[in-house]
Design a protein around this ligand. Structure first.
Ligand SMILES: [Zn+2]
Length: 438
């Protein structure tokens, strides 16, 4: 009798709680907060808003809670408290998010992908978009004083981890680390300024990434990634530019389909890139790439590859074309840099080290700088510098050593090396050296 009773109890609990709330993750970003509910199975849910004070109430039908509210990491400025409340029906679970301001939530379920199981995603966009730190208003600057603005896009973030290495390291952290180092180098360079499309571990959709670059009036957009393939062999860095091989209408149809998927995924990442080519690149740059020349992107990518080739292993020594991208006239030259293969065990390890991240950042910076020094956009500080710079170049002749040239211009060898990003003291006849001001 006792065992029969126990049996019935088990049956009852299974039918009453066919689902479980397993964890709650909160991802604040500069313009929204994303809440992700990890569920045991596909959620059946309802939600509504309350005022005075502002609250979002989410009912999870037939769900058992396994979350300890005290343990939720919540650093969103919007959500003041996450708690439960009396459910409307037995067996369901009511979640209450206490909010600082009114919101228009976007709530949608996500099917299992990558490391994640079933999820319910709640996006809370901030009303006041002026909070976004990247929306810098640039004042009119006198001709010859304009900065070259480089938008740096750390791939993935938040709910979208990007590729995951054999040791479970996530691409999103590596891309952000390299991007920050690159931004620091650019910001130290007179006449140049960096803008990051994300500054922390949160999800930014591809439209927002483009929008941030456009608002900052970026001259260049660099999207930083780490490659991944099923086979652990391939390694090395590569640079992608847009290709113009296919028809726009073909592209548009494809993108429409992919866009929804990527928005839902909370990132685009590798799920979609399994399709063909490099759709991440495609989507990020579609909007950006309508007016200006793709040739710029190609030229810049050659400078970057040549700088990178001196310090890190290259996967491909020529810029690669994303096969799916159809962008007739890009309005911001845009490149995607794969810093290496996170799927390769040695390279995964390497990509985690500060020294290697710095090497990559330094090389990308060197390439960008050398391109703009040769092709400064008119009206920029770099353009006015390069006029006076012309007289400060030296073409190496037979019999000249680095120390001889340094001596002649009254600068130290190390300064001359650093200025020209030289890895050794060896110079070749015909090589052009920039002479730093003494
Ligand atoms: Zn990626």
């Amino acid at each position: 009798m006792k065992s029969i009773l126990a049996f019935f109890c088990v049956l009852f609990s299974v039918s009453a709680w066919s689902n479980q709330l397993e964890s709650i993750r909160v991802w604040p970003s500069p313009d929204n907060t994303r809440i992700v509910l990890d569920m045991g199975s596909a959620p059946a849910y309802d939600y509504f808003l309350l005022n005075d004070p502002h609250r979002l109430v989410v009912d999870l039908n037939q769900t058992q809670n396994r979350v300890s509210f005290a343990a939720i990491g919540n650093n969103s400025e919007l959500i003041t408290k996450i708690r439960d409340s009396k459910p409307p029906a037995a067996g369901s679970f009511r979640l209450v998010f206490e909010l600082k301001a009114a919101v228009k939530p976007v709530v949608f379920p996500l099917a299992p992908a990558g490391d994640y199981g079933h999820r319910l995603v709640i996006d809370l966009p901030y009303e006041d978009q002026s909070r976004a730190p990247q929306q810098v208003v640039r004042q009119a600057t006198p001709v010859g004083q304009k900065e070259i603005v480089v938008a740096i896009d750390p791939g993935h973030g938040g709910e979208d981890p990007g590729a995951i290495g054999p040791k479970k390291n996530r691409e999103k952290h590596i891309t952000l680390a390299i991007s920050r180092r690159l931004a620091e180098l650019i910001n130290k360079e007179p006449g140049m300024r960096a803008v990051l499309t994300r500054t922390g571990d949160y999800f930014v959709n591809l439209n927002q990434r483009s929008e941030i670059a456009r608002k900052a009036k970026a001259d260049l957009l660099l999207s930083i990634h780490a490659d991944s393939v099923a086979n652990s062999g391939p390694r090395g860095a590569s640079v992608w530019v847009l290709s113009s091989n296919r028809a726009n209408r073909e592209m548009a149809g494809w993108l429409e389909k992919q866009e929804r998927q990527s928005e839902l995924l909370g990132g685009v990442g590798e799920v979609i890139s399994q399709a063909d080519g490099n759709p991440y690149l495609t989507r990020t740059f579609l909007d950006l790439s309508m007016d200006r020349s793709r040739a710029d992107s190609y030229a810049i990518s050659e400078h970057i590859l040549s700088a990178m080739g001196k310090v890190v292993r290259l996967h491909k020594s020529k810029p690669e074309h994303a096969s799916l991208a159809v962008l007739k006239s890009p309005d911001i030259p845009s490149l995607l840099i794969e810093a290496g293969f996170i799927s390769n065990p040695q390279e995964e390890q390497l990509l985690l080290t500060a020294a290697h991240q710095q090497k990559v950042a330094q090389a990308v910076f060197g390439g960008v700088k050398s391109y703009y020094r040769q092709n400064p956009p008119s009206g920029t500080m770099v353009a006015s510098q390069s006029v006076s710079q012309a007289a400060r170049q030296h073409t190496v002749r037979t019999g000249e050593s680095l120390s001889l040239i340094a001596q002649r211009y009254g600068v130290s060898v190390s300064r001359l090396k650093g200025h020209n990003q030289l890895q050794s003291d060896v110079v070749k006849v015909g090589q052009i050296l920039d002479i730093p001001s003494s």
